[in-house]
Design a protein around this ligand. Sequence first.
Ligand SMILES: Cc1cc2nc3c(=O)[nH]c(=O)nc-3n(C[C@H](O)[C@H](O)[C@H](O)COP(=O)(O)O)c2cc1C
Length: 435
Amino acid sequence: MFRLGWFLGNGFGMQPWYGNWAGRAMTDWTQPGLYVDLTTSLERAGFDLLFIEDTSMVEDTFGESMETTLKYGLMAPKNDPIPLVPLLTAATEHIGVVATMSTIQYPPFLAARSMVTLDHLTQGRVGINVVTSVTHRVAQNFGYDKHFAHAERYAMAEEWMEVVSLLWDSWEPGALVHDQETPKYADHTKVHTIDFEGKYFSCRGPLNTIPGPQRRPVVAQAGNSTPGRELAAKQADTMLALAKSPAEMKALRQDMDTRLIKHGRKPQDLKILFMATPYLGDTDSEAQERFNRFNAAKKDPDNIEKRLWYLSYVSGGVVDYAKYDLDSPVPQEVGNGETTTAKAWLEGSKELTLRDLAEGPSNYGMEFIGSADTMAGEMAEVMEEAGGDGFLMYPDVTRRSIMEVCDGLAPALRKRGVIRDGYAHKTFRDNLLDF
Ligand SMILES: Cc1cc2nc3c(=O)[nH]c(=O)nc-3n(C[C@H](O)[C@H](O)[C@H](O)COP(=O)(O)O)c2cc1C
């Protein structure tokens, strides 16, 4: 069996808001409706988690202007995902909800406290996606002149997670006495300061709230660079990964197993979810036709502009792709942002023009094309071959795609016995680590 997660890749922001199937997304994206529908559907389908991306900026690297960003609504506008979490868990009973927090946006105490508060409110169904942020514009919204270099960002993140973890453990098990006669609420000898003095953060502690049902909310990590892998190996329960083949999936799993053991953990302590985009149809040929249409649309000037905008984003706001002629060679600079994504997107592009690259394959994990039954068979085969833990599904978010995945694909996977048919445990972590 393997797990399923859903990647809400534009966070609590605008989902497809024009074109077929956009519904009322343009005006209603600020409301919880679509996300509640999504989460209840994912639970019906047996997903382990909904994963909510987040970023805090209005980009202007591309063309040195906010024009493209705001014309299409690219990664902005976007609401804060944290207040959305309890609305999603109030409508469901089992599924986990992972919200993103950046180590340059939240002081560790605030993050630790906010996550434990959510752990209480969700009754043990929250997770945190720890990211280091991608572009200068984010850093500049939080008091920095520019974003930190990649290596330093991860050094900060390691320290940040250390502080957050110490705070989560600052109340020993058994600290709560709950004696109304004495009266004695808590035993002060079991609640400890952490007295942390690091290079980037200092914090006295203890946390000023009691541990939640999970004690330590589920920790997710998405960067696939070497320092990203190290952070995941030390701290994460789940990691999001980009791989294009079972061989790449296997290689990443083996690499992470070595790192986990080095840090005194077991391979089964970390579940790796691989990004997968589904193109479904009632029949295989209908799905293929849909995929062909999607590919042909990549030649539209709008789509070329959007793709180049994303390249500028993943470079960390370092490369302005608007500066180059579309028929000139692809600049090979990886930049300072999402380096794994940038490398995947630039792979094999030395001989290509920018236009070829923009019109080419998405290179964001795996693509599956077919009817629900065919796709279920292929997904099961890939997992079997790779020995992986699960997929993080990444379709566009419309009510049509939600229904296709949750009421078409998931039942086909369940029929094959390869995804869960219920949730055995109360908390997100216990379900995630169940098999
Ligand atoms: C699947 C996936 C999801 C991500 N989600 C976010 C996010 O929500 N917010 C964010 O600032 N960075 C996000 N990132 C980027 C990072 O997690 C990471 O901190 C950073 O950009 C460096 O990535 P690297 O280790 O691949 O170089 C994501 C990356 C991937 C691959």
